[in-house]
Design a protein around this ligand. Structure first.
Ligand code: NOJ
Ligand code: CA
Length: 713
């Protein structure tokens, strides 16, 4: 790993990067820092009354106007004003680090940092430091509460309000979900900022009773300015703190941090000094796709603390899962149609082994499902005892024989105390069996009552699960999780999570399921936070004979494209074995990679369409995924990313001439051509459709026998 770290004493460095600007009547001292290429600037100052404020510019144009910073605390004076500037340190940092698996192999982490040191001018003389980092793809800032004061100051804080403000400069177009305290499983809304009305859009996942307290949005929330600049607001390194929603002030075009609460405690966050808050982040890019290529959120997290994690291998997986969502079988045994039987598991293993799929998820394997949605869910689930018709050891053995690893399933039914009590025996059992990954779930209202999925208490629970699992070499794929904030850099065993309206909604949502534009929005919103276990791969799009009202609102070819568009190191082929049958399109699922050396967004407009290409690690193969919303469109994809002077076999899985997500979703065609880096391909996407392409280095034989992609006339 290349690391260049050079700190330069602020007095000297400030001549270049920290500008002591002329003092205006209400600004005391102004300090400013620029990103490495100077395209982004962050300014800080204290108002005349000692209130800390900051602003952000892109190409010297304001994108965040002067906005206040501070806190309100329980049993203490607020930390909002009365500060003096003790000084500021600036430094530059540049490194390239490697992802153990991911969207790319190497990540450049290059920024300039300014630490502003504040102290109350009078009274207890409490201190507050603010770290600002300027990157070329955005900014981050965080607060530090140092051990401080004149000796009378309390060394513990209970935060009742975080007053971080983001004052926008215009009424941007926004892609947002409500600031629900329990669930991120909402459809995205596309409105002007002033039209955000989260309280009226509270309807959410049927398995969760959603909790929305204010006109606030969850993050990442993504915006586009009238000039076409893209901004996405989120947080990085959410550790021992409450998740942040952003409360909307439509009149003043301003947002303010609104931390998720607890009704048990009377505060939002409790911490002992010294401590640092999560980073408040804004990704900034001219092209929408650059938001996805930005690695800002990861860069604001600490390096890998687990060392060698090669025990986990990215994988495609199948599972006893979709059949429960369709109602073909059930998780519990009482219903008489238990899905998790030894025999059923073996049939999935046979299918996986034949189709280059190396994982098998089995839900409903353990006792407790009869009561999982009941009111008193404490003590219901047992994470070591299989139902009698499921021979866990035999399934694991059979899987090993066929090269398919079992992925464990732990539905906690949002009773985290019950889960915590069993973490060690549950993970010991997995370790003994050689099981390397578990999908966790938190359906329902959190027990104890008064806690919420996204509050500090649960943030700490999710982290405890992650770090305990790491001790057993176990990777976590959390459903109903806390949002991703780049923790996977520090704890790579945080492989994936849900935290999105996933495929499951298509089976049972009372609104009919996800709309055709859903997957053209989530890569630019939720996807910026981290890997999504979206579970693509439905081939039986109309869900017959199981459902009459719902269907999947995509074409079959679009299901294939999702394997490339949505990143996750675990990608499910979620449909039933009998629905894949002899479909030639299954070849794409067999071939597609799950671990990447490079990823690029060739083109994209949020909510309309997106085209992504990724190069598989170690094979030289490329894959392309392109999807559209409800509109049919033709896009061009230049293959100039391919290696020069090399021929590839492009196998194109496209919508058929009559394809349409509603009327004719399974009409698709497969074509093969020889292509190279001079080729430009027409992507003809049907309404709600997509194209998936595998680009595999060609043999001499193939170059001879397969025709070249026709040149544009
Ligand atoms: C909700 C999860 O998102 C889903 O994938 C799972 O099947 C159920 N919970 C049961 O655990
Ligand atoms: Ca879910």
């Amino acid at each position: 790993m290349k690391v260049f770290k050079y700190y330069i004493i602020w007095g000297f460095f400030m001549m270049f990067w920290v500008r002591c600007a002329p003092k205006t009547s209400n600004e005391k001292s102004v300090v400013e820092i620029s990103s490495p290429s100077n395209n982004i600037k962050i300014g800080f100052s204290l108002k005349a009354n000692g209130t800390p404020v900051y602003w952000i510019k892109h190409q010297d144009k304001a994108i965040i106007d002067t906005s206040v910073l501070g806190f309100e605390l329980k049993d203490q004076e607020a930390l909002l004003n009365g500060f003096k500037l003790l000084g500021q340190d600036t430094s530059s940092f540049s490194e390239t680090w490697k992802m153990p698996w991911g969207e790319q192999q190497e990540v450049l982490n290059s920024y300039r940092e300014m630490v502003v040191k504040l102290e109350e001018a009078e009274g207890a003389k409490r201190k507050l430091n603010i770290y600002f980092r300027a990157y070329d793809d955005g900014i981050g800032f965080r607060y530090e509460f140092p051990k401080s004061g004149d000796g009378t100051a309390k060394q513990e804080v209970m935060i009742t309000k975080e007053n971080t403000q983001f004052k926008l400069t215009d009424n941007h177009t926004c892609w947002w979900i409500p600031g629900d305290w329990d669930s991120y499983e909402h459809l995205y809304n596309t409105t002007k900022f002033s039209e955000i009305d989260a309280l009226s859009k509270r309807k959410a996942a049927s398995l969760m009773q959603t909790t929305i307290k204010a006109n606030a949005v969850n993050t990442p929330v993504t915006m586009r300015t009238a000039e076409g600049l893209h901004l996405s607001f989120h947080e990085a390194n959410l550790t021992d703190y409450a998740g942040m929603t952003l409360e909307i002030d439509p009149k003043n075009l301003s947002m303010q941090s609104a931390l998720v609460g607890s009704q048990r405690t009377g505060y939002l966050v409790k911490r002992t000094l010294p401590f640092k808050t999560p980073w408040r982040t804004i990704q900034i890019s001219e092209k929408a796709g650059d938001l996805i290529e930005s690695k800002l959120i990861l860069n604001l997290n600490e390096p890998n603390k687990l060392g060698d994690v090669s025990w986990f291998k990215p994988k495609k997986y199948v599972g006893i899962w979709w059949e429960m969502h369709l109602g073909k079988s059930s998780w519990d045994k009482k219903s008489g149609k238990h899905g998790a039987t030894t025999e059923n598991a073996k049939s999935f293993i046979d299918f996986a082994a034949k189709n280059n799929i190396t994982g098998l998820l089995v839900e409903g394997w353990n006792t407790g499902w009869e009561d999982w949605l009941g009111k008193d869910r404490e003590g219901v689930f047992d994470f070591v005892t299989p139902y009698p018709d499921y021979d866990l050891k035999e399934v694991v053995r059979y899987g090993k024989e066929k090269g398919v690893e079992v992925i464990m399933h732990h539905e906690t039914s949002a009773a985290p105390r019950t889960y915590e009590k069993q973490l060690k025996p549950a993970y010991s059992l997995m370790k003994d069996l050689g099981i390397k990954a578990v999908k966790t779930g938190y359906v329902g209202k959190i027990l104890p009552e008064g806690e919420y999925h996204h509050g500090q208490w649960m943030v700490n629970h999710y982290r405890k699960v992650l770090t305990t699992a790491a001790q057993y070499n176990i990777a976590i794929n959390a459903h109903e999780p806390i949002k991703a904030t780049g923790i996977r850099r520090t704890y790579p065993n945080a492989i994936a999570r849900e935290g999105v309206r996933g495929q499951e909604f298509n089976a049972w949502a009372s609104d009919g399921g996800n709309k055709p534009d859903h997957t053209t929005i989530i890569p630019f919103t939720r996807g910026l936070a981290g890997p999504i276990d979206f579970t693509p791969g439905v081939f039986n799009i109309k869900l017959e004979p199981y459902k009459d009202k719902n269907q999947v609102s995509t074409t079959l070819a679009k299901q294939l494209a999702l394997y490339v568009v949505i990143y996750s190191p675990v990608q499910m082929a979620c449909d039933l074995v009998e629905h894949y049958g002899e479909h030639p399109a299954l070849q794409f699922i067999r071939d597609v990679g799950v671990d990447w050396e490079q990823s690029k967004v060739l083109d994209g407009a949020i909510g309309d369409y997106i085209t992504v290409v990724r190069k598989e690690r170690g094979t030289g193969k490329w894959f392309l995924g392109s999807i559209t919303d409800e509109k049919a469109r033709t896009l061009k994809a230049s293959l100039n990313f391919l290696e020069q002077r090399k021929s590839y076999v492009a196998t194109i899985y496209r919508d058929g001439e009559k394809a349409d997500w509603k009327e004719n979703p399974t009409d698709y065609a497969i074509e093969k051509f020889i292509v190279n880096n001079q080729t430009s391909i027409d992507l003809k996407l049907a309404a709600g459709g997509g194209t998936a392409i595998s680009l595999i280095p060609a043999t001499d034989e193939e170059i001879k026998n397969i025709k070249a992609y026709p040149r544009a006339k």
